[in-house]
Design a protein around this ligand. Structure first.
Ligand code: NAG
Ligand code: NAG
Ligand code: NAG
Length: 926
C-alpha cells in the first residue's frame, strides 16, 4: 500500500520535536544583571588571587556593602558576598596583600577574610561595639617567618581606641594596644619596620594636631610618639589627604582650607615640607596616589582638580634624609581626569585617564611612556555626564617599555568601564543598583493598535465600523513597506534570516515593553523589559548638589507615552518622552496635598493616622490605629486591574459573586512593643472598615509584605520565636465575596444601575494562612491584559535571593480544611488544606541564579493575554515573563516552524500523489 506509507512519512516529521513544554525558555525569556553597586575609590583594586598565575581579578567593596570579584576580561561577576553593615555604615575597608590568597574586609565592627579565588570566607572576627577606623596589612615578617607576615592590623574607634594585630590564618588577636589619651583615632600606616598609629588631638582653639605613635610590630608596645603643630592649618579631617599605608616610607599630607599649600610629613620624622599649589583657579579637590608595597619606590602623585582643569605633581621621598622633593609636574588638561598608580617590581607608574586619552608615565621621570587616544564606536570622550571619577590600572611592562594598560574607570554616569589601551572593553551599569522607582511606559507601537481596538470595543457599532474602515485605509499606507519586508520576515520566521533584526518590528506580543527607572543619584534610565537589560536611554535629572529634590524621584507613566517625574517631596514635576528621554514642558496641576491619588480617591498618612476620601474632598475620613500600633503600610488595588469575570463558577455550576470594590485599601498597622499586627481592609471612598484581622506575637522589626488584586489580598509576616527558638513565617490569603451563598449578590441584588453601587457594605471574607519556611520581603501579583488568565502571587524570598510565582489556585482560601475535597471541589481544583506551604521548585522564576537585594517587584501585561511581564529591582535587576495559565496563545521556542512547513509541503505532495490513486481505486471498484 503506497498511500499510508507516504502519509506516515509526512506525519512522522512532526513527531521528534515533542519535548517537555517550554523547558528551553528558562534562559531566554528572562535576563538578570548581577550588580555590585558603585565601586569605591579606596576599596577597589586589581589583585592576583593565585600567586603563581599572572591573571588578576578586579575586587571592590561597593557602596552597597557588596564585596565582589569581577573578571577584567569581560566584566562578568566571578563571585560576590553581601556584607551586613549597620544602618549607617560609613567605614568600609578592603585590603589584599601581595602574593596572598586572601582579601580582608572590614565594615563597622566586622573584620573578615575571604578566599580571593572563590569568595569563600576564611575567617571573621566580630569586634562587638567597636567600629573599624582603619585596616592595613602588615608585611613585616616575624623572627621565625619567611617572606612577609600578612597579618591584619585593625584600628578601632569608640571611647577607647585600640590597635590590634589579627593573625592571617584565623583572625586571632596577637596583641592589642589601647589608646587612653582621648584623642580621635585617624589611621594606621605601616612601613618596612614599624606600625604607626595616627590620631588627632584637638587643641584649645579648635584646630587639630596630628599625633603619631610608633608601635613595635611584634609586641604592639609603644616605641615613641610625637605631635605635629598643625593646629593653625588643620580645621577638619577633610583637609587631610588619606595616604596609602604600606610603603617604604609612609607619609601624611594635609592642606589648608583654601587649598593653597600642601604640607607633607614623612612619618617618623618631625620635619614638614611645604609646597605651594600652582593654580589659576580655586582647587576644588586634591587626592594623593601612592604605591601600596613596602618594596616600591617611595614616590607619590598629588592630583589637583579645579572646575575646568586637572593636573598632577609627582614627589619623591628621600629615605635617608626623610625629606620630600617635587620631581616633576604633569601638564594641565581641561576637564576631569582619573589618576591611578600601578607597580611593576620596584617601579611605580601613574596612569592618567583624561577626557580624550590614556597616558602612562613612570614615577621617576616625566617622559610619557605610552599614550592612547580614547576610541570607541563613535569616538568617546569622558566628559560631563561621563567624566571619570576614579580608576585603578594594571600596566604591562616588558623590557622597560609599557606595552599595555587596562584601567577600570568609574564614571559620573554610574557606569564602571574597562578601558584597554584606549578602547572600552566592557561596562557594568552599576547605576542600576540603586533604582528607587520604576514604571512601565506606554509606547505607541504595538500598543497603538491595541488602543485603536479598545476604542472600537467601547464605541457604538456604527462608530466602531467607521473607525475600523478608517484604520484599514490608514494601514494601506504602510502596505508597500510591509510587502518589501515580507520575504525577510518569512526567512526570519523559519529561522533563516538574521534574528533580532529590529526589536520594534518583532514586538508583536508586547514583550519588549519599556521600563523607565529612577535612581538614587537622580538619573532616569530606560530599559527594554525583554532584550538583555540594555539601556535604551539614560539622562541625569538631578544636579550634583548633595540634596537635590530630584534624587530618587517618583515616576508615573502617562498613556501618551510620557513619564512624569515628581520631586522627592512631591511638590515639583517634570515631563519626559519615554521613547528617547527628551524633557518636555510639564502640563498638569501640581498636587498640593501629600496624598497619593488613585483613580477616584486619594489616601495617605497624616499625624500617624490613615486619611483618605474622594479626590475632590481628600481627607474626608480618618482611621486611627488601635492597640498602640503604628501604620506600617498601605496597599491599594492596582490602578489597572482588569477582572474578566465577576463571579467564580463552582463545581456545581453555581456562581459565587466576587466583591469587586475598586476602592479597597489594605492597611497594616503593627507595634514592636505589643508584638501585634492588625490587617484592615477599608473602602477608601467612605472610610468604612470592610474586614479586620489581628495577629499576636508578630515580629514587627521584620518586613510585613502585602499585596492586593481583584477581590483578594495576601500578606506575610514573621512571628516571634517559639520556646525552642524557631521563628515562624506566615502567609495569609483572604478573598472577599458579595455573599457567603452561591447565586446570591447580597446587598447588590437590589442595585439596578452599576455606576451607583455603594460598596460600603461588609463583604463575606474567607481567609486561610500557611506556614512557610522562610521570610517573604515583598509580594506582588501578575497582571494580564484582560485578567482572564489566572493570577500568580509573586513573592521575594530574601534569604534564598529568589523570586517565586505561587499559582493563585494553590492558595485558594476556600480549600477544604480537615477533610478531603468533594467531587465539586475537585472540579474547581480545590485540594485539601495543608498548614505548611512548600515552594515547588518549578515556581522559582530565577531558576538557579541568585537575585540579590530585591526591594520592589512590578508587573505589567503583555499584549498576549497569557503573559505577564515581571521586573524586580533593588540591587540586582531581573526581568522575566510568566504565564500562570501556561502560554495557551503562543507557540513554544521548541516549535519547529521549518518542520511544520516541511510537513505541510509533504502532505501537499502526498495529497497530489495520492489523488490519482484514489480516483484509480474508485474506478476499479466501479
Ligand atoms: C545616619 O546618618 C545621617 C547623617 O550622618 C543622620 O542624619 C542619621 O540620623 C543617621 N541615621 C541613623 C539611623 O543613625
Ligand atoms: C517622543 O519622541 C518620539 C521620537 O522622537 C516622537 O515620535 C514622539 O511623538 C514623542 N512623544 C511625545 C509625546 O511627544
Ligand atoms: C446610572 O446612573 C448615572 C448617574 O446617576 C446616570 O448618569 C446614568 O444615566 C444611569 N444609567 C442608567 C442605565 O440608568
Amino acid at each position: 500500500m503506497r498511500v499510508p506509507s507516504v502519509l506516515v512519512a509526512a506525519s512522522s516529521l512532526l513527531l521528534p520535536s515533542c519535548h517537555a513544554v517550554f523547558l528551553d525558555d528558562a534562559w531566554k525569556v528572562d535576563w538578570h544583571l548581577a550588580l555590585v553597586g558603585a565601586p569605591q575609590d579606596h576599596t577597589t583594586f586589581f589583585h592576583q588571587p593565585v600567586a603563581a598565575s599572572k591573571a588578576s581579578l578586579l575586587y571592590t567593596l561597593s557602596d552597597k556593602a557588596i564585596l565582589g570579584a569581577v573578571n577584567p576580561k569581560d566584566g562578568s561577576l566571578r563571585w560576590r558576598q553581601q556584607l551586613s553593615p549597620l544602618s549607617n555604615s560609613t567605614s568600609t575597608f578592603l585590603r589584599a596583600a601581595q602574593d596572598h590568597h586572601l582579601v580582608i574586609s572590614a565594615i563597622d565592627g566586622q573584620v573578615a577574610a575571604w578566599s580571593a579565588a572563590d569568595g569563600r570566607q576564611a575567617w571573621s572576627v566580630d569586634l562587638q561595639d567597636a567600629t573599624v577606623k582603619d585596616l592595613e596589612i602588615v608585611e613585616i615578617p616575624e623572627p621565625n617567618e619567611q617572606g612577609g607576615s600578612k597579618d591584619a592590623i585593625v584600628l578601632t574607634g569608640g571611647p577607647l581606641p585600640t590597635v590590634q594585630r589579627l593573625a592571617r590564618q584565623d583572625g586571632a588577636q596577637k596583641w592589642l594596644f589601647r589608646d587612653e589619651t582621648g584623642d580621635v583615632p585617624f589611621q594606621l600606616s605601616v612601613s618596612s619596620t614599624h606600625i604607626f598609629y595616627i590620631s588627632l588631638h584637638t587643641s584649645m582653639l579648635g584646630g587639630l594636631k596630628i599625633k603619631v605613635v610608633t608601635l613595635d610590630p611584634l609586641t604592639g608596645h609603644k616605641v615613641e610618639q610625637y605631635t605635629l603643630a598643625t593646629e593653625s592649618d588643620l580645621g577638619s579631617t577633610a583637609d587631610i589627604l588619606s595616604v596609602g599605608a604600606n610603603s617604604a616610607s609612609p607619609i601624611i599630607a594635609w592642606t589648608d582650607k583654601a587649598h593653597s599649600t600642601l604640607k607633607v610629613n614623612v612619618i617618623g620624622s618631625k620635619a614638614v615640607s611645604t609646597f605651594d599649589i600652582d593654580a589659576d583657579q580655586t582647587v576644588l579637590d586634591l587626592s594623593l596616589h601612592a604605591p601600596y608595597h613596602v618594596n616600591s619606590r617611595p614616590h607619590f602623585l598629588v592630583h589637583y582638580e579645579t572646575s575646568s582643569q586637572n593636573w598632577a605633581d609627582v614627589y619623591h621621598v628621600d629615605l635617608v634624609k626623610s625629606t620630600v622633593s617635587k620631581a616633576y609636574s604633569l601638564p594641565k588638561l581641561s576637564g576631569n581626569a582619573a589618576f591611578s598608580v600601578s607597580t611593576s617590581e620596584a617601579n611605580v607608574y601613574f596612569t592618567r585617564i583624561s577626557e580624550s586619552e590614556v597616558t602612562v608615565v613612570s614615577s621617576a621621570s616625566h617622559g610619557v611612556l605610552a599614550r592612547w587616544p580614547l576610541k570607541g564606536a563613535a569616538g568617546i570622550t569622558l566628559q560631563g555626564d561621563h567624566a571619570p571619577i576614579h580608576a585603578v590600572s594594571e600596566v604591562s611592562v616588558k623590557a622597560d617599555i609599557v606595552s599595555a594598560v587596562r584601567s577600570a574607570v568609574y564614571l559620573a554616569s554610574g557606569e564602571w568601564v574597562l578601558i584597554r589601551d584606549g578602547t572600552p572593553v566592557w561596562e557594568r551599569p552599576e547605576a542600576l543598583s540603586s533604582i528607587k522607582s520604576a514604571v512601565w511606559a506606554y509606547l505607541s507601537a504595538p500598543e497603538g493598535l491595541v488602543h485603536e481596538l479598545e476604542i472600537e470595543g467601547h464605541s457604538n457599532p456604527v462608530q466602531a465600523y467607521v473607525h475600523r474602515v478608517k484604520r484599514h485605509i490608514a494601514a494601506l499606507n504602510s502596505l508597500p513597506a510591509y510587502l518589501t519586508a515580507l520575504p525577510g520576515r518569512m526567512a526570519n520566521s523559519v529561522g533563516l534570516g538574521k534574528s533580532d533584526a529590529d526589536v520594534d518590528a518583532t514586538n508583536t506580543f508586547g514583550f519588549h515593553k519599556r521600563i523607565v527607572c529612577a535612581t538614587e543619584s537622580g538619573r532616569l534610565v530606560a530599559l527594554d523589559a525583554s532584550g538583555n537589560g540594555n539601556t535604551i536611554w539614560s539622562v541625569k535629572i538631578a544636579d550634583s548638589a548633595a540634596t537635590s529634590p530630584w534624587s530618587s524621584p517618583k515616576l508615573d507613566a502617562r498613556p501618551d507615552g510620557t513619564i512624569v517625574a515628581s520631586s522627592t517631596d512631591g511638590t515639583q514635576h517634570r515631563l519626559f518622552n519615554a521613547s528617547n528621554g527628551v524633557e518636555m514642558t510639564y502640563t498638569g496641576s501640581a498636587l498640593s496635598s501629600g496624598l497619593n491619588p488613585v483613580a477616584k480617591y486619594a489616601y495617605g498618612v497624616e499625624e500617624g493616622k490613615v486619611v483618605g476620601g474622594p479626590i475632590a474632598k481628600a481627607a474626608s475620613w480618618r482611621f486611627s490605629p488601635g492597640n498602640g500600633e503604628k501604620v506600617y503600610s498601605l496597599t491599594s488595588r492596582p490602578l489597572d486591574d482588569p477582572v474578566a469575570s465577576i463571579g467564580k463558577v463552582l463545581g456545581d455550576r453555581k456562581v459565587l459573586y466576587k466583591y469587586l470594590n475598586p476602592n479597597t485599601l489594605l492597611v497594616i498597622t503593627a507595634s514592636e512593643v505589643t508584638l501585634s499586627a492588625t490587617v484592615s481592609v477599608l473602602d477608601a471612598l467612605s472610610g468604612s472598615v470592610l474586614y479586620v484581622a489581628s495577629h499576636q506575637g508578630v515580629d514587627a522589626t521584620l518586613p510585613i509584605a502585602s499585596t492586593m488584586s481583584e477581590n483578594w489580598f495576601a500578606y506575610s509576616f514573621a512571628s516571634q520565636p517559639t520556646a525552642d527558638g524557631v521563628k515562624g513565617y506566615q502567609l495569609v490569603i483572604g478573598e472577599m465575596f458579595e455573599s457567603p451563598f452561591s447565586n446570591d449578590r447580597g446587598p447588590q441584588s437590589a442595585v439596578k444601575n452599576l455606576t451607583e453601587v455603594d460598596y460600603s457594605y461588609q463583604p463575606h471574607v474567607v481567609s486561610q494562612s500557611y506556614r512557610i519556611r522562610e521570610p517573604i520581603s515583598k509580594l506582588a501579583v501578575t497582571q494580564t491584559r484582560q485578567g482572564i488568565t489566572s493570577r500568580a502571587l509573586l513573592a521575594v524570598l530574601p534569604e534564598s535571593n529568589a523570586v517565586v510565582g505561587i499559582p493563585r489556585q494553590v492558595i485558594d482560601p476556600r480549600r477544604p480544611v480537615g477533610r478531603e475535597s468533594t467531587k465539586d471541589e475537585m472540579m474547581e481544583g480545590l485540594m485539601k488544606y495543608t498548614p505548611v506551604l512548600e515552594f515547588d521548585p518549578k515556581w522559582y522564576l530565577n531558576h538557579q541564579r541568585e537575585i540579590y537585594g530585591v526591594e520592589t517587584i512590578t508587573t505589567s501585561p503583555a499584549v498576549l493575554e497569557s503573559t505577564s511581564l515581571v521586573f524586580a529591582y533593588g540591587l540586582d535587576v531581573f526581568s522575566t515573563r510568566i504565564s500562570p495559565s501556561f502560554s495557551f496563545d503562543i507557540l513554544g521556542k521548541d516549535f519547529n516552524k521549518l518542520q511544520m512547513l516541511a510537513t505541510v509541503a509533504a502532505l501537499a505532495v502526498a495529497t497530489v500523489a495520492a489523488a490519482p490513486l484514489q480516483i484509480n481505486t474508485r474506478w476499479q471498484f466501479l
